[in-house]
Each structure stands twice: as structure tokens, then as C-alpha cells.
Design a protein around this ligand. Structure first.
Ligand SMILES: C[S@@+](CC[C@H](N)C(=O)[O-])C[C@H]1O[C@@H](n2cnc3c(N)ncnc32)[C@H](O)[C@@H]1O
Length: 343
């Protein structure tokens, strides 16, 4: 008996041509359309004048955003009035607390073109970003000018903010007094934890070019008495001795050998009963469900010489090897989890 399987090309077309939709959203974010519309609905002419957009394409651009659900519209063509969809108004307006546009900016300005060389990365195993034609390490390349340093750090905090908030709410920080966020970028993780847990003193530790940005954010939040920004190289320097060590999207940047070195360094600097928390897009054990985590790992192929994302079983194996007693997974926002190791 032949079983008839009904198939259709919808998913193939949606994903295969998905870069059209992706680029429309990235362009709208880059042009800051959503921040413009946050002050209220606008006519086409007002949008065009404010953003400097040509007549050709303007209606197709705005109506594509409408059909994709990012804008709402009353009227049509010359009589149309556009406003932000509710999710866009929360997540893509500059200056709002849950702003995600920093990540989309970096996706537009860096990742979009680097992912164009995915086949080359798959064939050679070599990164396809700024380091492709340079012998400098990736963070040195990104931090060599202030614009790309700020864009990168903004991208990191915008993609992780929901996870830091979820961690602050879901993890029991009451037994711990001190925390170090290793590779803490602009200090966002320490800021969120310090705001939610007034008994904790934090250190945010990163490379020297990042320290001034972290200090600026900490001071802006009035937390300079409870959060210290310090700098160094986590492969060279000892990690500060604290009860909790956080590593947000750190381990995935590195090879298995380097991941183990970082876990061993974390273990060495924690007291008995201390805890390491890795905040990453932990891949499900069957490697079938967490498509975002799997693509994040491909992103590490594009961005780093040897980095990759990993499963809970991988984390448990490495943490056990480093000496930790036990590990657990705490789901955070969307595809991200905290992989937690107890000393
Ligand atoms: C992928 S970002 C993650 C940032 C942040 N933890 C988060 O969750 O968004 C990696 C961070 O590690 C820092 N980093 C890279 N190499 C480092 C090193 N050798 N020593 C200290 N920090 C380093 C980078 O500057 C960057 O802030």
C-alpha cells in the first residue's frame, strides 16, 4: 500500500527567501523608523521626509512591514497612516528598556554580509568576519574603533537583557554575597542582578577597551557603590574570587580546550558552595529543537576560529571534569538557558 504524503513548498519558500523579510526589518530598524513612529502615527510624507526616503519603493517598504506585522496601517497609499505594532513599540524603539534593536543593528551591519559567505565557512572552517583578512583576534578587530565597540556591546546587551532579567527573577541568589560577570561587556548582567538583589556586590570583568563603557552604564544607574568594573584577560589573569561567576555567551566563543580552561579557572576562584552560571543558547540533547541555538553555533563558525554552542550534557561533562559537583539547566527567555554548575 502506498501512503500519500501531502507536501507543499511553503516552508521552503518562507525560509529560502527569508532574507527578503529579514532585510526589510533590519533596514527599518537601521533607518530608525520605529523610533520615529513611537511619537505617534505618521503619514507617508512625514515618514519620507524624516528618513530621507525616495518615492520609489516607499509604499512597498511600508506595506511589506505592515503585511509582516511590524506596522499597523489605516487607509491605503496616499491616505495611509502608519503606526508601530505593539511588540515593535516595546522592543524596537531606541531608549526603551527592552530595546532589541542593538542586536538587529549588528545583524544588519556585520552579520548579514558575513553570513553571505556561509558556504566558504562550511568548506574551510574559517571565520568570515573582519578577521578573514586580518591576523588580529576578533575582539581586537571589533574594538579597534569606538563605533564598532559600541555597536557590538549594544548588540550583546540587547540580545541578553531578557535572559538577565529572567535569571535575576528565577535563580535563588539569597545564599550568595558576591558575583563576578566574566566577559561582562557593558555591565548589563551585573546591573540587572544588583538591581534585583540589593545584598549582592558585583564585579564586571572584561577586556580593557570595555571598562569605560561599563563604568559609564554603572554610574548612569547609580550603582557605582555596588558594582566594580575591572579589566584583564581571562586566559591570562586569575578571575576575581566571588561566590557566583556568570559567563554570558562566553564559552561558545572558544574551542573545547579553551572552554575547559575557563571552567577550571572559574572552579579555582569559587569557594566551596560557589556557583558558575553560563547563560547561553543551550542546544537540546537531541539537537532537533533549538534551531536558534544551532544557528548561534553556526554564527560562531562565522565569527570565531574554533567556537561552538553546546548541549546540557556537554556542559555537564566539562563542568564535572573541572571539578564541579553537579549541574542543572534553568530555562530563561526564548531559546536561552542558564547552565549552572555547583562547586
Ligand atoms: C559574546 S560577548 C558576551 C558579552 C556578555 N557576557 C553577554 O552575555 O552579552 C563576549 C565578551 O567576552 C569578552 N572577552 C573576550 N575575550 C576576553 C578575554 N580574553 N578576557 C576578558 N574578556 C574577554 C568580550 O570583550 C565580550 O564582552
Amino acid at each position: 500500500m502506498t501512503v500519500q504524503v501531502q507536501v507543499n513548498p511553503e516552508k521552503i519558500m518562507q525560509v529560502g527567501m527569508g532574507f527578503w523579510a529579514s532585510k526589510v526589518l533590519l533596514a527599518a530598524n537601521e533607518l530608525d523608523l520605529f523610533t520615529l513612529l513611537s511619537s505617534g502615527p505618521k503619514e507617508v510624507k512625514q515618514i519620507q521626509d524624516a528618513l530621507g526616503l525616495h518615492d520609489r519603493g516607499i509604499f512597498d517598504f511600508l506595506d511589506t512591514l505592515t503585511s509582516l506585522g511590524f506596522l499597523e496601517r489605516e487607509g491605503v497609499l496616499e491616505s495611509a497612516i502608519y503606526s508601530n505594532a505593539p511588540d515593535v513599540d516595546v522592543f524596537l524603539v531606541k531608549g526603551r528598556p527592552a530595546y532589541l534593536g542593538g542586536m538587529l543593528s549588528m545583524a544588519n551591519n556585520r552579520l548579514y554580509k558575513f553570513w553571505g559567505s556561509l558556504e566558504e565557512a562550511l568548506k574551510t572552517g574559517a571565520p568570515q568576519n573582519e578577521t578573514k583578512f586580518s591576523d588580529k583576534p576578533v575582539f581586537e578587530e571589533i574594538y579597534k574603533d569606538q563605533a564598532s565597540l559600541h555597536e557590538f556591546l549594544g548588540a550583546m546587551s540587547s540580545i541578553q537583557m531578557g535572559n538577565f532579567l529572567a535569571l535575576a527573577k528565577k535563580f535563588d541568589f539569597s545564599p550568595y554575597q558576591t558575583l563576578c560577570d566574566v566577559g561582562g561587556a557593558n555591565g548589563s548582567c551585573s546591573i540587572v542582578i544588583a538591581q534585583h538583589h540589593p545584598h549582592i556586590e558585583c564585579t564586571t570583568f572584561d577586556l580593557p577597551p570595555v571598562e569605560a563603557v561599563a563604568n559609564g552604564n554603572i554610574t548612569a544607574m547609580g550603582l557605582q557603590d555596588r558594582i566594580k568594573a575591572s579589566s584583564g584577560d581571562f586566559f591570562v589573569d586569575d578571575l576575581p574570587e566571588t561566590d557566583v561567576i556568570c559567563m554570558g555567551n562566553i564559552l561558545h566563543d572558544w574551542s573545547e580546550e579553551q572552554k575547559l580552561i575557563l571552567l577550571e579557572k572559574a572552579y579555582a576562584s569559587l569557594p566551596e558552595g560557589g556557583v558558575l552560571i553560563a547563560i547561553e543558547n543551550i542546544i537540546d540533547s537531541e539537537r532537533r529543537q533549538n534551531a536558534f541555538g544551532l544557528m548561534m553555533s553556526l554564527n560562531m563558525l562565522i565569527e570565531t576560529p574554533e567556537g561552538f554552542d553546546y548541549t546540557a550534557a556537554d556542559f555537564n561533562r566539562w563542568a564535572t571534569k573541572a571539578g564541579f559537583k553537579r549541574t542543572e539547566i534553568l530555562p530563561l527567555a526564548g531559546p536561552t538557558s542558564a547552565a549552572i554548575a555547583y562547586k
